[in-house]
Design a protein around this ligand. Structure first.
Ligand SMILES: [Zn+2]
Length: 388
């Protein structure tokens, strides 16, 4: 058989090791994102299909461009074996291109390169950045709970929680059940960081490994969850956080507060019986309070769900509905709620996210803090007087 000097034999690579001079390359990787388009050719105006996106093999994530891809069968989550791809560098990062010379076929997750946890560098929570992967982490599990979600047409269980080390805390989503328990110290290898709703989180799948460690250097979960409240200005500066504690006075409620109606399918609040996803629906009543809490340095919005809203207001959803039947104006319900809550000092712990309107807290706990009434009245009138 004559040797073909024109086409060098591809060597199977890990994405972390891709270099342009190694082209063409062979690798096995999972599609983590993809987007199908058609590009118009300048020469004759014909349309040429193009698939582009991201591939990951647990050692790195690279962009790919695939000219004339198959019509179907390539979607997020699929593992591919690629033989004869070209590597280019764009802004200092490798990218791969599949052409007519490239052979691409399905592969199994077992063919992905083995990520040996022992060779991955140690990172701290504080230095993790979105799209990082190929690291080891030693963290304390602060909390963890299973949740059933729908992915496409499939129901899956994801274990969601919070992990922390001395440098900070980060959300965790594990698609594999590692039997994690709150309080444990673990060494995690083979996870990756993704932004979800604007917040970074560590994602683990069945290729990640989790080992229990003694964790003497790691913070105590009780300590983390009971950290003293910080100033709202600091929380705003940091853009929120995973385990935020603040304390302040209730200075107002934002709409919708009081009785809201939710779509029975997706639980979004609906307007005039219309869910923006499911159309005309039979709304289910719920009680909520969007509390504006001010500590003198700034204000946050606390989204209190039914349990907290009932407890803080001292009125149940059923009682509020009875009031609404006698007095069919929902804004009166909100006013009555505000009357009770205004000026109360609350200590709130939860997850804080920042958007254009400031920081919103999804509370894990809301405690009422007893205060000196005269001092509070003075403080409140001083703050309301500042014209916020
Ligand atoms: Zn809906």
């Amino acid at each position: 058989m004559p040797a073909d000097a024109e086409s060098p034999v591809p060597v199977e690579s890990r994405l972390r090791d891709l270099r342009p001079e190694a082209s063409p390359v062979e690798f096995v990787a999972r599609v983590v994102a993809c987007d199908r388009r058609e590009v118009t050719r300048k020469s004759d105006g014909s349309r040429r299909p193009l698939l582009s996106g991201l591939l990951s093999d647990g050692t790195a994530t690279v962009r790919f461009t695939w000219w004339d891809p198959p019509r179907e069968g390539v979607e997020r989550g699929v593992v591919l074996r690629v033989v004869g791809a070209e590597v280019r560098e764009f802004r200092g990062r490798p990218e791969v291109t599949f052409s007519w010379k490239t052979r691409v076929g399905p592969a199994s997750a077992a063919e992905l390169p083995r990520v040996d946890g022992e060779e991955l560098p140690f990172r701290t929570v504080g230095d993790l950045r979105p799209s990082d992967e190929g690291f080891r982490l030693e963290v304390r599990v602060v909390r963890i709970a299973p949740k059933t979600v729908t992915v496409g047409t499939e129901r899956r269980v994801v274990h969601e929680g919070l992990v922390a080390d001395k440098t900070g805390a980060i959300a965790l989503s594990s698609w594999s059940d590692f039997g994690l328990k709150a309080g444990e110290a673990v060494r995690v290898a083979g996870g990756y960081v993704r932004a979800f709703r604007g917040r970074p989180q560590v994602v683990l799948d069945d290729r990640a490994s989790v080992v229990r460690v003694d964790g003497t250097d790691l913070p105590d979960p009780a300590q983390l969850l009971a950290a003293p409240p910080r100033s709202i200005a600091e929380v705003e500066d940091e853009g929120g956080g995973e385990a935020v504690a603040v304390e302040g006075l209730v200075v107002g409620l934002l709409p919708p507060s009081g009785i809201v109606f939710r779509c029975p399918t997706c639980h979004r609040s609906i307007r005039s019986g219309i869910c923006r996803v499911h159309g005309q629906v039979e709304g289910q009543p719920d009680l909520r309070a969007r509390i504006v809490l001010d500590d003198g340095t700034g204000a946050v919005t606390v989204n209190a769900a039914r349990g907290d809203a009932e407890r803080l207001w001292g009125v149940t959803l059923e009682e509020a509905q009875a009031r609404l039947r006698n007095q069919p104006d929902p804004s009166l319900i909100e006013e009555q709620m505000l009357e009770v809550l205004l000026g109360r000092r609350l200590r709130v712990r939860g997850v804080g996210t920042r958007d254009d309107f400031g920081v919103t807290l999804q509370p894990e706990s809301i405690e009422r803090v007893d205060i000196d009434l005269d001092a509070a009245a003075e403080e409140l009138s001083a703050r309301l007087g500042t014209g916020r």
